[in-house]
Write a protein that binds this ligand. Structure first.
Ligand SMILES: [Cu+2]
Length: 501
């Protein structure tokens, strides 16, 4: 069966997100060990902000169609239509908010993307802040304004919580005599924003140490939010009632805010810190622990960490000197949670620096892209990374035949078992779920990974019975890519499922 036939059979299986990118999957001698990048793909804008939408499309925004600063359009890519210009829709941003350097996350309750904060130009001067909150709707690919936040925010983080609410942290409030939005706000679908007036902190997400710049917050197994400060100070934020914030016991190594971190397993955060250092922070108990792991192979300012379908972490982009073409990391690295080691993987051809991005796609590839505004390059382009798991493990570098998901639920609740029908020439070896991502500025607010136990469905061939997620803190409400793997570790194209009450 050749690749084109395989893509066709996936389409015939129905109810699946197919990817034309898959029908054009590149191959190469090292693809089975290092993965491989596809060609540079032109993009309608610089994708400064990227979000995987519940329908499998990618929303990007943040630059003009000339690749300059200014978020006045939305660019939507439909991967099922391929990678040519015709696969992209650009819609006007008619809401008069410049969404450049806002924060964004998909709301579980509605599937809309909340875009909070952004930029304003006043008297010809850029980088003032706005309090605007807008909602991107996949039915018309447009933004609709909502009731604004209490505070203006430029560079805020949006942290999804265990009940579907979104915590908004940080951002700059006033530019000229600078003030910072040191009061968190909580967004709830239906009721809007409210301020956590008892959780004001200049240290955690305000003026001190530049902590207002996209604070790194993670919903923890205890339901609170753990904040890993750029300067190494760490905090617990309890979002209940009027909120409260306390210091955590941990002092971590410092990291410029161009360094990424990711919760790669429940309560476990891999964080890249200054001077190539990497640490694992464990927030599974009230006493936070930390251990150093292997160094990354290069200083990668403005790199991105992306959870792959198999739970490994993909590190892409960056350079030795922030946003300069000095010591550019064209190559990539994959961190394996089992060994806690990095392996150097395939090289891209385009530097990915400030305002660059990476996003796991439903087909298990990683969309890398962007960079610029300002930058040494104006990257109105992306490159798709095809991880080693998509290739035969025999040294040939040829694409593997993938298993396929034939049936799976659209909706899930916690503590639910469910059946997945599949086609595979070898037994199913793993089932995983990865939350759809929202990335910008070397942070990704949404991604989560969980491994799911399963058994063969009794009396039914080509079906497994999966024990679904059990914990709303480790798997908060939202949209997840459900992957199954065959005996060779090759993942199927995922099905996006909605985990929600
Ligand atoms: Cu920015």
């Amino acid at each position: 069966m050749n690749i084109r036939h395989f893509a066709l059979s996936l389409i015939l299986a129905g109810n699946l997100i197919t990817s034309n990118a898959w029908s054009e999957i590149p191959s190469g001698p090292e693809a089975g060990t290092k993965g491989i990048f596809g060609p540079v793909l032109s993009w309608p804008i610089i994708p400064i902000h990227v979000t995987l939408l519940p329908n499998g499309n990618v929303l990007s925004f943040g630059s003009t169609i000339r690749g300059t600063q200014g978020g006045f359009v939305n660019a939507v890519w439909d991967p099922s239509l391929g990678t040519e210009a015709s696969a992209h829709i650009v819609t006007p941003n008619a809401i008069h908010t410049d969404t450049f350097c806002a924060g964004q996350t998909v709301l579980s309750a509605t599937g809309e993307t909340l875009v909070a904060g952004g930029d304003a130009t006043i008297n010809g001067k850029r980088n003032y802040s706005v309090a605007d909150a807008n909602f991107f709707d996949t039915s018309n690919n447009l933004l609709t304004p909502g009731t604004p936040m209490a505070f203006k925010r430029w560079y805020p983080s949006l942290i999804p919580l265990n009940n579907g609410d979104v915590l908004v942290l940080g951002g700059r409030d006033e530019k000229d005599l600078p003030t910072y939005a040191s009061t968190p706000e909580l967004f709830a679908t239906g009721t809007g924003f409210r301020s956590l007036t008892n959780a004001v902190s200049e240290q955690a997400y305000g003026a001190k140490f530049g902590s207002w710049r996209y604070p790194r917050g993670f919903l923890a197994p205890n339901g609170k939010v753990f904040i890993l400060g750029h300067n190494g100070k760490t905090f617990w934020l309890d979002p209940s009632e009027n909120g409260s914030v306390t210091n955590s016991n941990l002092n971590a190594p410092t990291a410029e805010w161009s360094h990424p971190s990711v919760m790669y397993a429940p309560g476990k955060i891999l964080a890249v810190r200054n001077n190539k250092k990497a640490i694992v922070v464990d927030i599974n108990s009230a006493t936070v622990t930390m251990k150093p792991v292997a160094d990354v192979n290069a200083i990668r300012k403005w790199s991105n960490t992306t959870i792959l379908a198999d739970g490994k972490v993909f590190l892409s982009g960056g350079s030795d000197v922030g946003n300069q073409l000095i010591g550019v990391s064209y190559d990539t690295e994959i961190w394996d949670p089992a060994t806690e080691q990095w392996t150097i993987t395939a090289s891209a051809v385009t530097p990915r620096l400030y305002h660059s991005n990476a996003l796991l796609m439903p087909d298990g590839t990683v969309l890398t892209g962007g960079g610029g505004a300002p930058g040494p390059l104006k990257n109105m382009n992306t490159e798709i990374y095809y991880p080693p798991y998509l290739y035969n493990n025999d040294g040939s570098g040829t694409p593997a035949i993938r298993p396929a998901i034939d049936s799976a639920p659209e909706n899930l609740v916690w503590n639910q078992t469910f059946e997945v029908g599949f086609t595979s020439s070898t037994p199913i070896s793993r089932v995983t779920m990865v939350r759809t991502g929202s990335a910008t500025h070397s942070t990704n607010f949404d991604q989560r990974f969980i491994e799911l136990p399963f058994t063969l469905t009794e009396g039914v061939s080509n079906s497994i019975t999966v024990t679904g997620p059990t914990d709303r803190n480790n798997t908060p409400p939202g949209f997840y890519m459900l992957f199954i793997f065959d005996q060779n570790g090759v993942p199927a194209i995922s099905k996006i499922v909605h985990l929600q009450d």
